[in-house]
Design a binder for this molecule. Structure first.
Ligand SMILES: [Zn+2]
Length: 152
């Protein structure tokens, strides 16, 4: 799923589960739960897609949205913003395994997938453009829930 959807979900977990020793592992697990849902992605000619300008714009927007989210949480929730932002980050962090591939592919080098990468690829059984519908619904729903919780 997109980073912003992982981050929104992690933030909701950080706001609802007050025990950080519970919230952090649940935020981490939420990543794989979300990735097991049908979501947006292009697996056909994936290397070409990763090298495309469109993907880089998409990635920059996704990362910027996460930074804006962290800022909003910081500004609204003055009591527990640290744990909420940490949970949002933890929920998004497993996607960092894709960073190595992104760098190597863009340098036209060969990427050899490790066990964590293969596991995350296996979890993401449905990655197709049509999965964008699930992403949009998740974004709106989790966004509304998060702001409801933040403004409470
Ligand atoms: Zn992922």
């Amino acid at each position: 799923m997109t980073a912003i959807n992982h981050a929104l979900t992690g933030a909701i977990i950080g706001l609802t589960i007050t025990n950080p020793f519970l919230a952090i592992p649940i935020a981490f697990i939420s990543h794989y739960f979300l990735d097991s849902l049908p979501h947006f992605g292009i697996t056909k000619d994936n290397d070409k897609f990763i090298r495309s300008k469109g993907f880089k714009i998409f990635l920059s927007l996704d990362i910027s949205a996460c930074i804006i989210l962290a800022l909003i949480i910081f500004l609204i929730n003055t009591r527990s913003y640290l744990i909420v932002i940490l949970c949002a980050f933890i929920a998004t962090s497993p996607d960092l395994v894709n960073l190595k591939r992104f760098i190597l592919v863009n340098k036209n080098k060969v990427f050899k997938p490790g066990i964590i990468y293969r596991f995350s690829a296996f979890i993401q059984w449905f990655e197709k453009p049509i999965g964008a519908i699930v992403e949009v619904i998740w974004f709106i729903a989790s966004g509304l829930i998060l702001f409801e919780l933040l403004l409470k």
